[in-house]
Ligand binder design. Structure first.
Ligand code: ADP
Ligand code: VHF
Length: 361
């Protein structure tokens, strides 16, 4: 069977809201119509949609005195139903297209079992021609449990399902060489792997309802492109934006993808905030791992282990100076690993297939 192009499309809060803060239902309808055009053209689509808080805020008056975190949770909990009901109405009633709601937390990406359950569910939905609509489960994720924003969630989702393209729809045409409102600023059309200086153009300003801003969008886009996923940042408020994409006429910033990475390595590459333990290795082990020969990490090369972890958890590997070398999946627990430090003839603590090296990979 021929490969079906898989797209993760992220719609930012501000795309779905008018300048007065009210939900922009006409924009939503227009985007759904275009998503159906992409479906009919044979694209597999996963939607990552923000908007729960924005939809909730408008319809749920809350006492000013209430704690801001609780306020956000209430808006998200009430707004998510409104958001998904609106999608349901537009997709199902108007186009007969089934949708599914997937609410996730960061923990679901950290835990390999949760991750694999979620992955197989999303893949099964796609196989059944159902469009999954993903959002963060805002009622359980507060402060440090939160994704930076839905750009991070979209990029993790794209890596999870081995998407070909990640399309981030926001309220600007892409990344500009300066403030996008300044007429002298120019749109950067293509970003290559070596163009790290782009982040210096980006200011901390955000759209009125956005969370992370353009800097996290850039960081997430770069990471996805490094894993072999094409990333496009485009304006979700432009009429016909998805049809323009289909016709290869999209005005956007495109991140050139590097070679595609193995699925497990993609999962690991996103693990820098999720690791449970740290493994320090000696110079010999470092040389061995970063050589062109494929090698696993053996206990003989370990000098120190920090943190408590179980088999399957993500580990951060550091050299003797503390420099971060990579991430890997623990083949056994910290308790077992502590007993094997520096010993010969032991099973690898991280097998090569579950090792992602930062500079090397
Ligand atoms: N160099 C830049 N190019 C484009 N946008 C920028 C730049 N620097 C800052 N921004 C800001 O980033 C915003 C988009 O990010 P964000 O608010 O997170 O959107 P979203 O809610 O869609 O995720 C733009 O509205 C713009 O104000
Ligand atoms: N989960 C939140 C989205 C938060 C978020 O990251 O928003 P955005 O920066 O607009 O993508 C919501 O649905 O309101």
């Amino acid at each position: 069977m021929s490969h079906q192009h898989t797209l993760v499309i992220k719609i930012g809060s501000n795309v779905l809201t008018q300048s007065n803060g009210l939900p922009d239902l006409a924009r939503m309808k227009h985007l759904v119509e275009q998503l159906m055009t992409l479906r009919k053209a044979g694209k597999k689509i996963v939607l990552v949609s923000s908007g729960a808080v924005a939809f909730g805020r408008q319809n749920t008056p809350i006492s000013e005195k209430l704690n801001p975190v609780l306020k956000k949770q209430i808006w998200a909990a009430t707004g998510q139903i409104r958001l998904i009901n609106e999608y349901q109405r537009l997709f199902q009633e108007q186009h007969g297209q089934l949708i599914a709601q997937i609410l996730v937390t960061k923990e679901d990406f950290r835990d390999r079992k949760h991750f694999l359950n979620m992955k197989s569910c999303v893949e099964a939905l796609l196989q059944q021609d159902i469009i999954p609509i993903v959002n963060e489960n805002d009622t359980v994720t507060i402060t440090e449990l939160m994704f930076t924003d839905n750009d991070e969630l979209a990029s993790l989702t794209a890596a999870m399902i081995n998407a070909d393209t990640l399309l981030l729809l926001t309220n600007v045409d892409g990344i500009f060489t300066g403030n996008p409102e300044n007429p002298d600023s120019e749109l950067i059309e293509t970003v290559h792997a070596s163009m790290a200086e782009i982040s210096s153009f980006i200011t901390a300003s955000k759209s009125s309802f956005g969370r992370g801003g353009m800097l996290t969008k850039f960081a997430m886009a770069k990471k996805s492109a490094d894993l072999g996923i094409e990333v496009l940042i485009a304006n979700g408020k432009t009429d016909g934006v998805l049809v323009d994409y289909l016709n290869q006429k999209l005005r956007c910033t495109r991140f050139e993808p590097k070679r595609k990475r193995q699925a497990t390595k993609k999962w690991l590459a996103h693990g820098s905030h999720y690791y449970k333990g740290e493994v320090f290795i000696n110079e010999g082990a470092k040389k061995s791992l970063t050589s062109s020969v494929i090698r696993s990490l053996l206990p003989i090369g370990i000098t120190k282990i920090e943190g408590e972890f179980l088999k399957g958890d993500i580990l951060l590997v550091r050299d003797e100076n503390g420099k971060q070398i990579g991430l890997g999946k623990a083949a056994y627990s910290s308790k077992a690993a502590q007993e094997k430090i520096g010993l010969k003839n032991q099973k690898p603590i991280i097998h090569y297939d579950y090792l992602y090296l930062f500079d090397h990979d």
